[in-house]
Ligand binder design. Structure first.
Ligand SMILES: [Mg+2]
Length: 240
C-alpha cells in the first residue's frame, strides 16, 4: 500500500535545465550588448565548459568567464551577466507540465508527499517557494543540508525516518536513473522513472531499477491507484 510519494525536484517538478540554458544564453547576450568583445558561441561554450568544471552553484561564473577569455576584469560586464541571468530565472521559472494537477490528484487520494533533492538548500527552497509548491509537501529533504547525496541509501533512509514509513509504502519519482531510481530501489522503495529532459536517454544501465517509466507526470496517480487497488484486493482475499 503506497502512503507516501517522494519526488525529485529538478527536471521532475521544476523545469530546471531548460531554464538554466535560457538564463545562461541571455546572460551572454547581455554581456555582449554591454561590450563583451567576443562572439556569442565562443563565450557561451566557454561558459558551459566552466560550469562543467566548477559546478552550477559556483558563485563566480561571469568573472571566471572573463579570465578564461583573457579579458581584463570588468565589473560592468559581470553585472550585465548577473542581471540577465537572474531576470530570466525570475521570469521563466516554471513547473513541469501537469505537475500541479498531479499533486492535487495525489493529495485528493490521501497520499503524503515529500521531496528528496540534491543541491544547495536555499536555491532548492527558492524554487519551491517561488512556484508556491510548498503547501503540497510535508517535508523537503535536501542533500547539502543532510550531508549526503543521492543515490546514497542514507538520504533515502533519512526520508523514510522523517515520514515514519517503510520503504515498500513509498514510491520515488525522478528523472535520473542513477541518483533517483537506483538509489531509491536499493532501500526498497517503488520507483517511477520520469523520462524527461537531458537524462531521458542517459544512465540506461540503471533502467532495470525502474518499476515504471512515464513521460507525463499525470500518469503517476493512475500507477498508484492500480498499485493500491491490487493491494486492497489482496487484502479482501486474505480476509475471506
Ligand atoms: Mg532531477
Amino acid at each position: 500500500m503506497i502512503k507516501v510519494v517522494f519526488f525529485d525536484l529538478d527536471d521532475t517538478l521544476v523545469d530546471t535545465t531548460k531554464l538554466a540554458e535560457m538564463a545562461r544564453k541571455n546572460a551572454i547576450e547581455n554581456m555582449i550588448r554591454h561590450g563583451l568583445p567576443v562572439d556569442f558561441d565562443t563565450a557561451y561554450n566557454e561558459l558551459l565548459e566552466l560550469i562543467s568544471e566548477y559546478g552550477s552553484n559556483f558563485p563566480h561564473h561571469f568573472d571566471y568567464l572573463l579570465r578564461r577569455l583573457d579579458l581584463k576584469y570588468n565589473p560592468k560586464l559581470v553585472a550585465a551577466g548577473v542581471i540577465a541571468y537572474h531576470n530570466t530565472k525570475f521570469a521563466h521559472l516554471k513547473e513541469i507540465r501537469h505537475v500541479r494537477k498531479a499533486l492535487l490528484k495525489l493529495k485528493e487520494m490521501g497520499l503524503r508527499l515529500g521531496i528528496i533533492t540534491d543541491g544547495n538548500p536555499i536555491k532548492q527552497w527558492e524554487k519551491i517557494l517561488r512556484l508556491d509548491l510548498d503547501d503540497f509537501f510535508e517535508h523537503v529533504v535536501i542533500s547539502d543540508f543532510e550531508g549526503v547525496k543521492k543515490p546514497h541509501p542514507k538520504i533515502y533512509q533519512k526520508a523514510l525516518k522523517i515520514f515514519k514509513v517503510n520503504a515498500e509504502e513509498t514510491i520515488m519519482v525522478g528523472d535520473r536513473l542513477y541518483s533517483d531510481i537506483y538509489g531509491a530501489k536499493r532501500v526498497g522503495m517503488h520507483t517511477v522513472w520520469f523520462r524527461y529532459g537531458k537524462y531521458a536517454n542517459r544512465e540506461l544501465e540503471y533502467r532495470k531499477y525502474a518499476d515504471y517509466e512515464i513521460k507525463d507526470i499525470l500518469e503517476l496517480p493512475e500507477i498508484i491507484e492500480v498499485l493500491n487497488s491490487a493491494h486492497s484486493n489482496k487484502k479482501v482475499h486474505a480476509n475471506r
